[in-house]
Design a protein around this ligand. Structure first.
Ligand code: ZN
Ligand code: ZN
Length: 362
């Protein structure tokens, strides 16, 4: 496997030069993982034009060696990572203006910068690493594809066991066991299983509601492979679908198809969102699609870019985004169909292959 961490560091160094910084203090753990490979839960990374130093604690001594290799200089700190940071910075020459990740720093830690770190100039920064993470390399795409395959396998088994009388949490339990058996390292978020009228809640958690014949069952979940997430939603009907259920489902499905078929490099997030939204509007359900069309996936399940009404940034090759239109009618139910789509030179390549036609579960 090629090691792209050197490319990523070079990209970050270009960005630092552009914003006139000597260094960036990286405190967001997904950014730490992206730059160094380290997946532990306690780390600080300082990146300068020449160096990349990772500080972590004793618990990770073995893991950090295996994961990071030559990608960073590793320091195991016996006490506080911050004390280690000051001594690392003091030993560096020509490092004065240092960016910190303002969206990923506790106020307590910011106070440390002002107190103990007062000999350096600290500049708040946003998204320097997140922007680099938007476009995935081959290894990242392969990991997402693995996570998609795990999720689809788990969903297949779960649907074969779906029946009236199970609770939503019971279904989530079957799903999550199947995800583990398929090899998923974790759950990117608490799996959503929303049935009957609860399927109208776009971000419902699984509850103790008992599934009944005639229910929509909306299942939104994902798997994690080598740190990378998938994110899929399918909505099925328990028993026979009513004419109204079929009508709503077909509108969401067509909106999904149109958006998946339209996304391509240079299209703005706003334009992608509009493809699905205008169709749903035209079919008379505009008020019932209250959230945005999609979001990037990768080391985090919700990351940049976003496909939403206000987003002017263009899509680019290598981005992996979700396309997830939905229609939600309070008290009645809802439908969402979510796929993971890779932006390629020639348009969107849908990575999720799980059937999208309305499944009626006997
Ligand atoms: Zn989802
Ligand atoms: Zn999603």
């Amino acid at each position: 496997m090629t090691d792209n961490r050197a490319v990523r560091l070079a990209g970050l160094r270009d960005a630092l030069a552009r914003v006139d910084l000597d260094a960036l203090l990286v405190t967001a753990l997904p950014n730490v993982q992206y730059l160094t490979g380290f997946s532990g839960s306690n780390a600080l990374v300082i990146v300068t034009a020449k160096e990349c130093v990772l500080l972590t604690d004793f618990r990770y001594a073995t893991q950090v060696e295996q994961e990071v290799g030559m990608a960073a200089t590793v320091r195991i700190e016996p006490s506080s990572l911050w004390i280690g940071l000051w001594s690392v910075l003091q030993a560096m020459t020509g490092v004065d203006r240092i960016g910190f990740e303002s969206a990923h720093m506790l106020h307590r830690d910011f106070s440390r910068l002002l107190d103990q770190g007062s000999r350096w100039q600290w500049r708040p920064q946003e998204d320097l690493v997140e922007v680099l993470r938007e476009r995935k390399d081959e290894g990242e795409i392969a990991a997402i594809e693995e996570a998609v395959a795990m999720a689809q396998k788990a969903l297949d088994t779960t649907l074969s066991r779906l029946r009236p009388g199970l609770t939503e949490t019971g279904v989530a339990g079957i799903l999550e066991q199947q995800l583990r058996e398929a090899g998923s390292e974790a759950y990117p978020f608490a799996s959503i299983v929303a049935s009957g009228p609860r399927s109208a809640l776009p971000h419902a958690r699984a509850s103790d509601r008992v599934l009944e014949t005639g229910d929509f069952v909306l299942i939104d979940f994902g798997a994690v492979s080598r740190g990378y997430c998938s994110d899929i939603t399918r909505t099925v009907v328990l028993g026979r679908a009513s004419a109204q259920q079929k009508e709503v489902y077909e509108v969401v499905l067509e909106a999904n198809r149109r958006a998946s078929g339209a996304v391509r490099p240079e299209m703005t997030g706003m334009a992608a969102d509009a493809v699905a939204r205008e169709y749903i509007d035209a079919r008379g359900f505009g008020d019932a699609f209250g959230h945005s069309l999609g979001h990037g996936i990768g080391l985090e399940v919700h990351e940049s870019p976003r496909l939403a009404r206000t987003v002017e940034a263009p899509l680019a090759t290598g981005m992996v985004v979700t396309i997830e239109p939905g229609i939600y009618r309070p008290g009645w139910g809802g439908v969402r169909i979510e796929d993971d789509v890779l932006i390629t030179e020639s348009g969107g390549r849908v990575l999720t292959s799980f059937p999208r036609t309305l499944l009626e579960i006997d």
